[in-house]
Write a protein of this length. Sequence first.
Lengths: 147, 909
Amino acid sequence: MIGEILKGMSITFKTMFQPPTTVSYPEVKKPVAERFRGRHELKRYDNGLERCIGCSLCAAACPADAIFVEAAENTDEERYSPGERYAKVYEINMLRCIFCGYCEDACPTEAVVLEKNYELASYSRESLIYTKDMLLVPHPADIQKTA
Amino acid sequence: MPKVTIDGQEVNVPAGTVVVEAARQVGNEIPVFCYHPKLAPVGMCRMCLVEVGTPRLNKDRQVELDVDGKPIINWMPKFQTGCTQVVSEGMAIRTQTSQVAAARKDVLEFLLTSHPLDCPVCDKGGECPLQNLTMAYGPGVSRFDYAVKFHFQKPVHLNNLITLDRERCIQCARCTRFSDEIAGDPVLGFENRGRGMEIVTLSDPPFDSKFSGNTTDICPVGALTTRDFRFRARVWELEDVPSICNHCAVGCNTIIGQRVNDIKRIMPRQNESVNEIWLCDKGRFAHHFANSRQSTLGPPVPSGTHRLETPLIRRGGPQGDRLVPASWPEALKLVAEKLSAAGPDGVYGISGDRLPNEDMYLFQKFFRQVLGSNHLARWPVVARGPVTGTLFQEIGLSSGSNFGKMGKDTSILVVGADAEEEAPIHFLRIKQAGDRGAALIVANPYHTKLEKYGRHCFVYRPGSAAAFVWGLVRAIMDAGLEQKEFLGSRATGLAELQTGMEQYTVARAAELAGVKAEDLQAAAQTFAQAANGVLVIGRELLGSDTDPALPEAIRALLTVTGHIGKAQNGLLPLLPHNNTQGALDMGLDAGPEYRTKWLPGYQPVTDKGTSSGIPASSAIYVIGSDLGSESDLARQALEAAPFVIVQDLLLTETALLADVVLPAAAPMEREGTFTSSERRVQRFKPALQPPGHALPDWWILRELAQVMANAQDKTGWRYDTPADIMAEIAHVVPQYATMAYENLPVPDLPSRKLDYDDSLFYRGTSFLNPGGEGQVWPVKAEDSAVVLQVRWVEPAVAGQPAAGQTWLITRPHLYDAGTLLSQTALLQPQMVPHTWLHVSPADAARWGVAEGAAVSVSTGEDMLSFVVHLDADLPAGIVTAAPARLEGAAGQTRWPVNVTVVNAQRLAS
Ligand code: SF4
Ligand code: SF4
Ligand code: SF4
Ligand code: SF4
Ligand code: FES
């Protein structure tokens, strides 16, 4: 009887002096795996043009039907992406998304990429439909301005 | 019927069949790009390569047999193109050998060497034959370096509707062949050669064709796409809803491609009895009226035109009377009160002729049953004159007729109709019948495009159509070509006709009509001697003020030639709107004197009503018509009326005159049926949700009836769906007895289901029509017991246009800038404004006016102001204007009319 108690307590005392494994999120954040699939981003080319051409292939590939794309035509005055076509509306419903990464696979221009951010909680359903401005990475010129 | 063996399978096919068609009969798909069953084969793409052999013959020209008793085949050393190779007796074809597979792969690899990597952005992607055939037969990878591909600058806008991407073109010549062979507009061609070969338009204005959209359907790649659909959706995202075009009385079968409650495109649905696989550009592009909804909730006094979303009631206020939004119960209560107070003789109902049958039936039922009034009319006044529904239901084009089957044994006589402008797909099919050998006779007061294909063509004096038709009758009688046997049993009044016509010789007719007597005789002979004859008449003959002799002349012509009562024979009126025929059938009609003429199903009216003209103190209920913008007369009546109710899609000029405006659902927002001018009843399905609080017309009428009717009447107004109304119509209208919805199937196309049965040829470009082709109700003359009464009535010929005189006549245009069409900005360049006066170059020179000059003309009674538009098709002395402008002009009732120029803006000297 005493033996069992001592055995148990020995484990308790042993661990007491080891460093803790829990991290104090959100003050401390653990790095995620290299191939982690988190919140999507819509990428740009180095010259600032959007990679996305509004082809809807990501939406077609999505098993959760989470993506909605509406395309429009670039003009010389108003150019968003190289070529003729760009995404006028690009929305991902984060409540539907299962983070499978098929959209990234389907994309012919490597525009949509599942990045590392996993902090997606929100107070309303509406705010979880991410629009194009939320998904698109900042324009390189804007980054320079703020830096 | 040669017997051929395809991959060991024997099949008998008619002589002249090409190999791909023969293979298709045994379910063997030979891939094609340039071949199209509606076009002459050219062998441009080499996709259809197959191995072909013929039986070896011995010295006695007998087929040599091998040891198994099978014919020995001499295989041709090279592949043959299956689309141009015509079968012969005993021919053997191999389509599944490794050589054929290699050939297909190489052809595709070759085509792809100069094809861009555009699939993700290409509007054809997802229904593209090049994609599909590459998946099925092509190489998996390209050996060709993308960097050395031939590049063109893109895109090129061929016209305001069609976009060309030259890099994508595989030079199959489907588009050029369609334009040359089918549309009769040789306006596309190839330029340069080799890799640099490109499609160019040869006309000015560019790609000048009313059928240009069809080239985008048959183009096997995304080289030709429409501006309307450009980048608006991927094809697999669309929900495809079977519908019927609501722009003219041809009744083309369509598919509405819908996404998030928005029409993205309209495509043809195959119906070999109506539109085959074609649509005109109006039907394809003019759908934007349904989506004209800039606001979610109409501003208090909605300005501009967007869809009405709530009822509006006119109320006094600090800024005077204005239309303010109201609730449905409020609006219905007000309407019910006013209509009850007005009493049966104080109400007047005017219906447009674009509404589905169900709505028009309920509208007249509402008036006749609930209000107890017969004061009903249909707008426009077309087919309200002497040539009207009663004539069509007597001798109309017989059921079972199909222009697609007319050929050498048929003669088609077109009088007073510009088929291309009034019913483009009818034009296409009449032209095609002519190409197959049918004798076309074309007679109009001006030149029309159909004349290019006519065997006998006439330009008669304006207003002399009756004289012309009587001339044909006389010429037939003179030549003894009347169908004596038919006349003996089926007609009376022949002797009186002969005596009556005594003085009316062919020479006299020719003189009155201003044509040559010999030509008249030759045309009469052609028409009388053809085994089948169809008389096509148009807007000019359907006016409310045409010659009372016309219906008699038409009946006499068709009776003496026996072109009546059997398939491929009869009278086809090109009616102005998609459901004018339905309006006639539903008893929504009135003569020019605004008096109801018959009940649904042409049953006689017992109470003639008391009105003559729209009574000044009546409450007027207008449904689906913008008559206020078309006619000064109507506008005055509406302004004078104590209470006006307008039920429509848009805040039209008519609606602005109303006291209550009720928002209605567009045809694509509800279910229903339309009746085409061939009397074909066809069903369509809803594709969209109506905006805001708009409701289908039948729904509004039902609610109104329920508010107004007393307890026992209400039982008659329990309709849950249009199907219930159609069931009642089938009961009440004898012609529609078999047309309950269960007998009028329409295919349900769940999401995107292209039936690939015909995929080889139409792949991705047209939809099959498994739901049947609609139902045509038979005319009286088809009953062999019916005896036709012919009668001589002297034609009242309009005075002779003398030298130096000018005659103003009405002339319809496809792109007439009416209320619905004006909503489609894309078609703006094609539109013909109502302010235009079409003037021949000779007259313009005589008047000293140029294009765009303002002119005022006097008819003697009225002054009309126009803008000059030069038109080389017009003979000197004739000027034309839109029917909508003239038919309702105040004071003047008879067209054509002699006009004088009062005030013209001269050429700047
Ligand atoms: S990650 Fe998967 S579920 Fe999420 S949007 Fe992409 S395809 Fe859809
Ligand atoms: S993200 Fe990629 S796949 Fe999706 S629409 Fe844009 S380009 Fe196409
Ligand atoms: S544009 Fe299209 S239809 Fe015309 S030749 Fe090129 S591929 Fe053929
Ligand atoms: S021909 Fe008439 S029915 Fe056919 S598509 Fe054109 S407007 Fe519509
Ligand atoms: S060559 Fe036969 S289909 Fe083109």
